[in-house]
Design a protein around this ligand. Structure first.
Ligand SMILES: NC(=O)C1=CN([C@@H]2O[C@H](COP(=O)(O)OP(=O)(O)OC[C@H]3O[C@@H](n4cnc5c(N)ncnc54)[C@H](OP(=O)(O)O)[C@@H]3O)[C@@H](O)[C@H]2O)C=CC1
Length: 255
């Protein structure tokens, strides 16, 4: 695919452009919507093949693949009235917006594919869940770190809910640091130490020979400190609260 359009140039729109140009190898031409203006201008200055269009219709007209990366609540304003020819491919990255919903807004017979690109796509380090599978979009995301096509939008929404847990994880690490600072540890020391601990977790996760439960068991001494925190804090009630939060999110994503 040689011509990619992006409507909505915010965090994820930027990450996709950076991923496409990450190695400078055979990057496609990219056509950006005029909004968000600052990011679009910056990207078009940085990369020779990136241009900012005068409007969203021009993005569609120039592109073979059109990526919709506005927030869910802005989709009507951004998309209503656009003419999308049936031979285009539209990649819908809006969380909680099904392909039926998008088809009503765009009134097109074009192929619509949902995708969950993550910020690490900028370094081609994340796998993108897609639905339905399509050879063009699967190979597009393969190039950007990997594609994981799933059978239907019900499965897609489960993966989408999982991505909603990321900032909780960062906040958990920040809470650990705050606790240590509250006990007199210098903020920088606490911060560096917690980062180091969990970078090690990241490395251990790449060992696919051990299940997640095995990894947990391997790091735990019977009756030791890890077991104590796990069983006194991550209790069945806490685990059930997490399940409920995810079930609630899933219900909202499924609409
Ligand atoms: N951030 C993430 O990690 C992920 C986000 N997503 C999904 O991607 C979408 C974008 O998220 P994110 O990048 O974080 O959000 P941002 O708010 O960073 O970006 C959204 C962009 O849409 C632009 N926009 C608003 N209205 C219009 C319009 N009428 N026409 C064209 N562009 C418009 C905004 O421009 P302006 O600045 O001018 O208002 C803004 O630049 C969301 O639907 C989200 O669910 C999916 C996977 C991961």
């Amino acid at each position: 695919m040689k011509r990619i359009g992006i409507i909505g140039v915010g965090e994820i729109g930027r990450a996709i452009v950076e991923g496409l140009y990450y190695r400078g190898d055979d990057a496609p031409e990219v056509f950006l919507s005029p909004r968000g203006a600052r990011t679009a201008a910056e990207l078009s200055e940085r990369y020779q093949g990136v241009r900012v269009c005068p409007g969203n219709q021009a993005v569609v007209d120039h592109s073979e693949i059109v990526i919709i990366a506005v927030r869910r609540q802005h989709r009507h304003e951004a998309l209503a009235g656009l003419a999308v020819a049936d031979e285009k491919i539209v990649i819908n990255v809006m969380a909680g917006v099904g392909n039926d919903d998008l088809r009503r807004t765009l009134a097109t017979e074009a192929q619509l594919v949902r995708a969950i690109p993550l910020p690490a796509i900028r370094e081609r380090r994340s796998v993108t869940v897609t639905c339905p599978s399509h050879p063009v979009t699967d190979s597009f995301f393969e190039r950007l770190g990997g594609a994981l096509p799933v059978a239907d939008e019900t499965a897609f929404d489960v993966f989408s809910a999982l991505t909603g847990t990321l900032t909780t994880h960062y906040s958990y690490l920040a809470a650990l640091t705050t606790w240590a600072v509250g006990h007199g540890i210098a903020s920088d020391d606490a911060d560096n130490y917690v980062r180091g601990l969990f970078q090690e977790v990241g490395r251990a996760l790449s060992d696919k020979n051990r299940t997640l439960r095995q990894l947990a068991a391997d790091h735990e001494t019977p009756k030791g400190s890890n077991e104590r925190v796990r069983t006194t804090w991550f209790t069945p009630a806490n685990s059930e609260a997490l399940t409920q939060a995810l079930d609630g999110l899933l219900a909202d994503l499924a609409g």
